[in-house]
Design a protein around this ligand. Structure first.
Ligand code: NAI
Length: 253
């Protein structure tokens, strides 16, 4: 194996949630590694900003404005890729409500985006990789919430636990085709998702920083590097795993 196993020149990656935060940082880093990156999101303006950032990299970019809960739109976008080596299913939403206050529509909305949206992306990617004989890599986005739980986390945590199960199950089903499937379960990362709650958010961020042996919360680039690792040949013997870039806040076996 080359010492430059992170080189993605000639590879094509598809990234959902690429208009913001972790998805944007991942798309830019994959392009810096040389990949052609297909960026998908429902936020057209955010996608344009990501595309501008990618213009300064060795890679190239195409954008797809779509909702990940629309299976047909995802299928069409993936089909438009000239080849597919990497799927990074990152789009997600946060929702907080106690178990007793959770409404059916909250659960449906969060599971729709965070679980079904990832499932559709995984299905389209795996079908395409199998059909083309590509020994690709699929990366899903779980969360530290799957290890810890916490008040208000029912819908979000359930959706991310489902992503973990999807990741492990699919890894067992497509490994024979040389396709790897892994999840990233980040800790607290400073993005628009975690940055909308003013003082309460600042207190939580300070608390999360104190919980980490490294004394800080994460930045989107910390997670992008985990995505690049799992997307690239550097992780060629890694599948069905949950990578936890969380500053050591949890240390499960
Ligand atoms: P973000 O809010 O900055 O980015 C999420 C992106 O997903 C946005 O561009 C949004 O437009 C897109 N998106 C949401 N719903 C969509 C839909 N239905 N169709 C298409 N695009 C849609 O959030 P962030 O923090 O970058 O989160 C990215 C992923 O990382 C999410 O899956 C999140 O659950 C996960 N995560 C984030 C953590 C954090 O602390 N920020 C911690 C653990 C996991």
């Amino acid at each position: 194996m080359s010492v430059n196993a992170y080189d993605l020149t000639g590879r094509t990656a598809f990234v959902t949630g690429a208009a913001s935060g972790i998805g944007r940082a991942s798309a830019v880093l994959l392009a810096q590694a040389g990949a052609t990156v297909h960026c998908a999101d429902r936020d057209a303006a955010g996608l344009d900003e990501t595309a501008t950032l990618i213009k300064d990299t060795p890679g190239s970019v195409r954008t797809h404005v779509l909702d990940v809960t629309d299976r047909g739109a995802l299928k069409e976008a993936v089909a438009s890729c000239e080849r597919l080596d990497v799927m990074a299913a990152i789009a997600g939403i946060m929702h907080s409500s106690t178990v007793l206050e959770t409404l059916d529509e909250d659960l449906d909305r969060v599971l729709g985006v965070n679980f079904k949206g990832v499932l559709y992306a995984c299905q389209e990617a795996a079908r395409t990789m199998i059909a083309t004989g590509t020994r690709g890599s699929i990366v899903t986005m779980a969360s530290g919430a799957v290890d810890t739980g916490g008040p208000g986390l029912l819908c979000y945590g359930a959706s991310k636990a489902a992503v973990v199960q999807l990741t492990k199950t699919l890894a067992t089903e497509v490994g024979a085709h040389g396709i790897r499937v892994n999840a990233v379960a980040p800790g607290w990362i400073r993005t628009p998702m975690t940055g909308q709650h003013g003082e309460a958010q600042a207190r939580t961020e300070a608390f999360m920083a104190r919980m980490s042996p490294l004394g800080r919360v994460g930045e989107p680039e910390d997670i992008a590097h985990a995505v690049l690792h799992l997307a690239s040949d550097a992780s060629s013997f890694t599948t069905g795993q949950i990578l936890r870039p969380n500053g050591g806040v949890t240390m499960p076996w």
